[in-house]
Write a protein that binds this ligand. Sequence first.
Ligand SMILES: [Cu+2]
Length: 181
Amino acid sequence: MNGRASLLLGAVLTLAGVITIGAGALVAPAAGNSQGTGWTGMMGANGMMGANGMMGSAWSGAASAPGPDASGFVAGTTAAPRLVRILATPVLRFSPDVVTVKAGETITFEVTTMGPAVHEFMVGPAADMAANKDGTPEITDIGMMQTKSLTYTFTGSGPFAFSCHAPGHYEAGMKGTIVVQ
Ligand SMILES: [Cu+2]
């Protein structure tokens, strides 16, 4: 598949994903009618695009470890960082866009791109996000369905943040907040 065809396919898959979310909400009260069955077959929870299908499983192989407010929380250390998974979405948002950490905690962020836009993930002092400061820890060129990881230790009280600096993305609001407890 050439690059252009690949890009087009990506756009179609992304569009289908957005439609699935809408259709799922619309047909939920009327499950069993022909329209609902159709969406479920190809695009629904167990279909190609759904939670257990091709698009879902590609990024849900490992769940985020419990956060400070959840039972089972274990603070991440440099020897055993805590895993936080973040989705970079085609609407130029991170999901989740707020991550809570304990002061001094070491976190491994696993960032997966969903959709055709290529994203970046930078994390560090909030002031360095706005400035896109050179030397701030960052992973780049995270393409569709790719996952890349970055490990960062949150020393001090911050404020810390994360952001994407692919052209225009930060300006469009592709940023997130680190809450230090
Ligand atoms: Cu981005």
